[in-house]
Design a protein around this ligand. Structure first.
Ligand code: NDP
Ligand code: BG6
Length: 507
């Protein structure tokens, strides 16, 4: 069936969770870095999932650009096996054939004028043949040093036909200065509304559910503040190591890889004021206020770590310094924990404890809102021995859902109170597999909706905080490695909590 003849998304049972407000305009998606890891593991599987659910524009083309030699047929074969390997849905020949027919490949260096000519000739031809109206999404899935070259080449050839949107992958700069320089470079040719900075955590269902939970339920917002909340804990734990990405990770470390973007975005969504509507500007205006209100932590309030050898899920793994292409005396951190404060009326004096790391005991991203204890207990002390404070726990991944810890009477004579959990699990409630973040983000870009992308001023605030932390780190040299792979990080991270009479949530 031709894509144009397929039923609208609203009539399509597979389009669960991605119900469209409207169909995207006809357009061409150009993927720079089409032969890379991201294109194989995330982008093409996401496009296949969208095709399967008939959520792509009715008239559409994809053009892959990279240096690897090849032609359309070779690229289609390569992407077919990428989809078979990495898609979340079963492989359907008819869906793939339809998508493959819209797939093209241009092999070239990015700073090669001949290659640019071939790309633009192809784009013009596809516009003519398929009626794509000159609408373009350019996806920069390439190493950051190449961003600037591509942006200039694209910018110089803008012809004013159709709309243009530019997706920029992370990392967005290495520090505040380089992020500002990159924004300035992009803005030479593109307007801020045309720039879509990816933070794929914002595309995760459960991260968006934080907004639904807070702002579509009347019961949470009145208690979502310093009066009722004791503290917040945000954990981004990974059991994987650096997966062969030493070249990137040695220069980034956990602070630039996760803290600067995913972690701070989770914090901003947790702490932000209710936006007046769900438009890009309203949501991002509120997030940036939180980022601006973040107080630079004292060196005592930040802990860094690096993993040594250990066992993860029963398998022995190497130390970070033993990973391929990592320096034997590397001082790159693979773990960060910090106590942060949001200096505003809602959150003053309420700590946000955050931690993130590689090679931890297991994969888990959670946001735990820990409420204050009841001000007075009418029960005998022994009755409530097993009672912990109320916690609202958002499971971002895995086991996506929300759980509320409450006190309940233990059945039987007398009065004994214990903590129990009221659980909402996505899998149980909606009986559907979760869309991958990239599905949502690629589709939103085609729709021109930048709500789930990071605006330039947010990125700058994020770097401001990170630069201050990194500057303070120059003054000392911790004894790395300081945690064994497969544990929950260095002991000093526990001390950070114990000093405040608190502890990390139990696992
Ligand atoms: P890879 O190294 O796997 O792929 C890079 C791609 O860019 C390849 O297609 C490569 O082409 C192409 N490329 C690089 N330099 C040039 C050049 N001078 N001219 C033409 N093509 C070039 O990287 P990833 O796919 O892993 O990452 C891409 C981007 O996505 C990076 O910014 C990364 O930080 C970001 N990212 C990646 C994630 C992932 O899971 N992989 C996760 C989050 C972000 P060729 O190989 O054909 O030479
Ligand atoms: C990427 C980081 O942005 O996010 C990786 O560069 C990390 O180091 C990954 O592993 C985690 O993403 P997810 O979706 O698996 O939690």
């Amino acid at each position: 069936m031709a894509l144009a003849e397929q039923p609208a998304a609203q009539e399509n049972p597979l389009a669960e969770g991605l119900l469209l407000r409207r169909s995207p305009d006809p357009c061409t998606l150009v993927i720079f870095g089409a032969s890379g890891d991201l294109a194989h593991k995330k982008l093409m599987p996401a496009l296949y999932a969208l095709a399967l659910r008939r959520l792509l524009p009715p008239r559409f083309a994809i053009v892959g650009v990279a240096r690897t030699e090849g032609d359309d047929d070779a690229y289609r074969a390569d992407m077919r096996s990428a989809v078979q390997q990495h898609a979340r849905d079963p492989f359907r020949e008819d869906v793939w054939e339809e998508l493959a027919a819209s797939l093209h490949y241009v092999p070239t260096e990015f700073d090669n004028a001949g290659g640019e000519d071939r790309l633009h000739d192809l784009l013009g031809r596809l516009d003519e043949e398929r009626g794509l109206g000159g609408n373009r999404v350019f996806y920069l899935a390439v190493p950051p040093p190449v961003f600037s070259t591509i942006v200039e080449a694209l910018g110089k050839r803008r012809d004013g036909r159709g709309w243009t949107r530019l997706i920029v992958e992370k990392p967005f700069g290495h520090d505040l200065e380089s992020a500002r320089a990159l924004t300035a470079r992009l803005c030479e040719y593109f307007a801020e509304e045309e720039i879509f900075r990816i933070d794929h955590y914002l595309g995760k269902e459960t991260v968006q559910n934080m907004l639904a939970l807070r702002f579509s339920n009347g019961i949470f917002e009145p208690i979502w503040n310093r009066q009722f909340i004791d503290h917040v804990q945000i954990t981004v734990a990974e059991s994987i190591g650096i997966e062969g990405r030493a070249g990137y990770y040695e220069n980034a470390g956990a602070i630039r890889d996760i803290f600067q973007n995913h972690l701070l975005q989770l914090l901003a969504l947790t702490a932000m004021e209710p936006p007046i509507d769900f438009t890009p500007e309203s949501v991002r205006n509120e997030k940036v206020k939180v980022l601006r209100a973040l107080h630079t932590p004292s060196p005592r309030s930040v802990v860094r770590g690096q993993y040594g050898r250990g066992f993860v899920e029963g398998v022995e793994v190497s130390a970070y310094r033993e990973e391929a292409h990592v320096a034997a005396d590397s001082m790159t951190e693979t773990y960060v924990a910090a106590k942060l404060y949001v200096d505003n009326w809602r959150w003053a004096d309420t700590p946000f404890y955050v931690r993130m790391g590689k090679r931890l005991a297991r994969r888990e991203t959670t946001i735990a809102i820990q409420f204050k204890r009841a001000p007075h207990s009418p029960f005998e002390e022994t009755a409530a021995e097993g009672l912990r404070p109320n916690v609202l726990l958002v499971h971002v991944q895995p086991d996506e859902g929300v759980s509320l810890a409450i006190g309940a009477k233990v059945p039987g004579q007398g009065m004994a109170i214990r903590t129990v959990h009221m659980d909402f699990l996505y899998g149980g409630a909606f009986r559907t597999s979760m869309p991958e973040a990239y599905e949502r983000l690629v589709l939103d870009t085609m729709l021109g909706d930048s709500t789930l992308f990071t605006r330039g001023d947010e990125v700058e605030e994020q770097w401001l905080l990170v630069d201050a932390i990194v500057a303070a780190w120059q003054r000392d040299r911790p004894g790395f490695p300081n945690y064994a792979a497969g544990t929950w990080g260095p002991p000093s991270a526990d001390d950070l909590m114990h000093r405040d009479g608190r502890s990390w949530r139990r696992h």
